[in-house]
Design a protein around this ligand. Structure first.
Ligand code: NAD
Ligand code: ZN
Length: 362
């Protein structure tokens, strides 16, 4: 065994298929009781003026809407603010916290639902098993597919010191609604970047030293589904979106049972120093990883060409030496990822100048 024993959790309930969003009200009502009878909706700002979606949400005057701007990735300071807002909203706790959007809105909802019942600053819970109390019942509704945040035990947060997840058994959503119709409006570029997060999760787990039969089965099937979608084997967009939602679930599980690798270690460096978003950041990094993942790289370039999506380049061209060094330090600190890539003697296989050189090429 290369890593510590752990018995993993999955979401408690899944609702899957076109039209399942229409049943949100029924699912919420099951969680309400005399005291806890209201709901917090944390929704991606994209939907703010999309009446055709928002009007289908079963709202009540007691409920609280928090619009999540995905411009920046989730921050501990905002999680604390949202928690304070929720506690001030009514004299009782909410019955449900709904997170609707991409990885950003879902991770905000997962973290905030926990911080309502755990005192203090969310930055102090970044790490493994630091949360003491179960959170408010959390329903996630993905509206873009790929991160696997809807099935993961992690809410990834950027704090004053680090980008690190709150990870524990309670960080898992209690329930997930997968409705492919909600993905219809996603832009081609966002669809590709977030979809590639899933593809890269699979490539990194399959090529890592921590892989086992469970992670392998999820990753292989997930990449088969991803590749069908992004090599345009499925012409119907709704069918393709439905399939990518399954790929995302399986990709998320592949890293639960294995681990990510070089691409994620480096893209965290870009995120912390330049604020580069996860999906596009992974694509920028993966574009330079042909030596580390030659087969995955080939397929990635094929899918990119077929989708006609540009991968930004030159983003580190104006970085100072200090900024590059800071990126290297952020990446270097992600020991578990390097350990997965090369094994426990990973420091014999990679060094800081090599990582710095990779950053300079981006
Ligand atoms: P995102 O949530 O930022 O969304 C990407 C873009 O798509 C945004 O502009 C958003 O407004 C738009 N969008 C979403 N749904 C849409 C729709 N239906 N129509 C039109 N536009 C839509 O990006 P993401 O890639 O889903 O998530 C990235 C975040 O997920 C990062 O913060 C990353 O750290 C986190 N993440 C978490 C995990 C985990 O296990 N918890 C895993 C991977 C990534
Ligand atoms: Zn990822």
């Amino acid at each position: 065994m290369l890593y510590d024993f752990r018995s993993f959790v999955n979401p408690g309930r899944y609702a899957f298929g076109k039209g399942s969003f229409n049943h949100l009200g029924e699912l919420i009502n099951k969680q309400k009781n005399e005291n806890n009878d209201w709901v917090v909706y944390m929704i991606d700002t994209f939907f703010k003026d999309k009446d055709e979606v928002i009007n289908r949400i079963p709202t009540n005057e007691k409920d609280l809407f928090i619009w999540i701007d995905p411009k920046d990735e989730p921050k501990t300071i905002l999680v604390n603010e949202y928690r304070d807002k929720i506690l001030a909203h009514q004299n009782t706790l909410p019955a449900v916290v709904v997170g609707m959007g991409g990885g950003t809105a879902m991770d905000y909802s997962k973290a905030t639902a926990l911080m309502v019942t755990n005192p203090g600053d969310s930055k102090d819970y970044q790490g493994l098993d630091l949360i003491k109390n179960e959170g408010i019942y959390n329903i996630c509704i993905p509206t873009i597919a790929g991160t696997g945040a809807e099935v993961s035990m992690t809410a990834v947060l950027s704090g004053p010191e680090k980008k690190l997840g709150i990870k524990c058994d309670y960080t898992i959503p209690n329930e997930v609604i997968f409705d492919p119709e909600l993905l219809a409006t996603v832009l081609d570029s966002d669809r590709f970047y977030t979809g590639m997060d899933c593809f890269i999760h699979n490539v990194e787990s399959l090529n890592g030293t921590w892989i086992n039969a469970m992670g392998k089965a999820f990753a292989e099937k997930s990449n088969e589904l991803c590749e069908e979608v992004f090599t345009n084997k499925i012409s119907n967009r709704l069918k393709a979106d439905e399939q990518m939602m399954v790929a995302s679930i399986m990709g998320g599980n592949s890293i639960t049972y294995a681990q990510v690798g070089v691409c994620h270690a480096l893209s965290y460096g870009l995120a912390v120093v330049l604020g580069t978003h996860h999906g596009v950041g992974n694509c920028i990094v993966f574009n330079q990883l042909q030596d580390y993942y030659p087969d995955g790289y080939k397929m990635f370039k094929k899918m990119q060409a077929l989708q006609g999506v540009e991968i930004p380049s030159g983003i580190t061209a104006n970085c100072t030496d200090e900024q590059l060094d800071q990126m290297v330090e952020v990446s270097w600190a992600l020991e578990h990822m390097w350990n997965n890539v090369f094994g426990p003697d990973w420091k014999n296989h990679i060094n800081k100048p090599t990582i710095k050189d990779l950053f300079k090429r981006m």
